[in-house]
Write a protein that binds this ligand. Structure first.
Ligand SMILES: Nc1ncnc2c1ncn2[C@@H]1O[C@H](COP(=O)(O)OP(=O)(O)OP(=O)(O)O)[C@@H](O)[C@H]1O
Ligand SMILES: [Mg+2]
Length: 339
């Protein structure tokens, strides 16, 4: 991979709650190259959104970044304060949320919002800003962009609103866009169109994406690389195709085994048997051990990051051997027996 544009190193984000300190993100490390798409996956509560918010400097009390680095082209965003991070956010790194109304103001026309977004970082005339807004709408596949500019958000379909939110994220040609399940609420054919546009944008503009999703079908169709999270930690990384073809971490194998054959993109995944642990009260050692079909005596101690061929990693004492040809159905049977 060429020099990564985004490097997240040992990121730790905590929330001080009544039950104690919740380590929502606990030593997360990954990197994304120019024009690459990283799929960030894991069950509900695994820390995907908190990772995204932490990268953008959007964590508020009772949360705080307790350690680590977020290097955007070598600059550590965690060290930037107020106005400094606001100058970077939206210009060099942007976020797309699951609900486009997190980005859009319902009472303002699309043009008003997009012109303001352009002029927040670039000192250009309203006319120039409007033409940049129109170009951005065209880039994300919005037909008749000139007319859409004069619409209010409620006059657009859900898919169109999300395209507008992506267009706003793209306005300043950021190095990185963090997208937090932006297509999950959309119907499958609209989702497919947007994913195809995103793939094209990454290839053509060089913008790197971190694409947060529950949906392994989305990852396999969209992502170059994958990062699997469990209980605030990264448990497996690698090229998406390799990890999906031959997972090394038992949790990833469980996620894959729980995808029904007739799984439709956009459908929520059934969960791996057993329930996700409480982050305020994790077992010592490997947090996945109580649900794991491969758990052994070492698992009550902290698992090592194992490095495999082609830069893959797994956080596990007993990773799955690649040539063990473990059929996924037998993996899932073992899970059922174990729970
Ligand atoms: N404001 C907060 N206060 C306290 N704890 C929080 C807060 N926000 C997040 N957390 C904790 O962080 C954990 C991770 O949350 P996060 O939203 O990142 O999960 P997620 O992987 O995005 O899940 P989902 O798939 O449901 O969106 C949660 O389980 C919760 O315990
Ligand atoms: Mg989330």
């Amino acid at each position: 991979m060429s020099e990564p544009v985004l490097r997240v190193k040992d990121l730790r984000t905590e929330f001080a709650v009544r039950a104690g300190i919740v380590k929502a993100v606990d030593g997360v490390t990954f990197e994304v190259g120019r024009g690459r798409i990283l799929g960030l996956v894991g069950e509900s509560g695994s820390g995907k959104s908190v990772t995204g918010y932490s990268i953008l400097g959007l964590i508020e009390l009772p949360g705080r970044i307790a350690g680590g680095e977020v290097l955007l082209n070598g600059v550590d965003l965690t060290k930037l304060k107020g106005e400094q991070i606001r100058r970077v956010r939206g210009a060099q790194i942007a976020m797309v949320f699951q609900d486009p109304m997190m980005t859009l103001n319902p009472v303002l026309k699309v043009s008003t919002q997009m012109i303001a977004a352009v002029r927040a970082h670039d000192n250009v005339s309203r006319k120039v800003a409007r033409s940049r807004a129109r170009d951005a709408l065209a880039t994300v596949g919005i037909p008749s962009p000139e007319e859409r500019l004069d619409a209010y958000p409620h006059q657009l379909s859900g898919g169109m609103r999300q395209r507008v939110a992506i267009a706003i994220a793209l306005l300043h040609k950021p190095a990185v866009i963090i997208a937090d399940e932006p297509t999950t609420a959309l119907d499958v054919s609209i989702q497919g169109q947007i994913l195809a546009e995103v793939r094209r944008l990454a290839d053509e503009t060089g913008t790197a994406f971190v694409w947060v999703t529950h949906d392994l079908a989305v990852v396999s169709s969209l992502a170059d690389d994958i990062c699997v999270m469990y209980a605030g930690r990264v448990v497996e990384t690698g090229a998406a195709a390799d990890v999906i073809a031959s997972p090394r971490h038992p949790y990833t194998a469980g996620l894959l085994a729980s995808v029904p054959a007739e799984h439709e993109p956009g459908e929520r995944l059934p969960q791996v048997p057993g329930s996700a642990p409480s982050l305020a009260n994790l077992p010592p050692g490997c947090a996945f051990a109580p649900r794991c079909f491969k758990a052994g005596p070492a698992c009550n101690t902290t698992p090592p990051v194992q490095h495999f061929e082609d830069g893959r990693t797994a956080l596990c004492h007993y990773p799955i051997e690649p040539d063990s040809c473990q059929p996924l159905s037998s993996t899932s049977t073992t899970y059922q027996n174990a729970s």
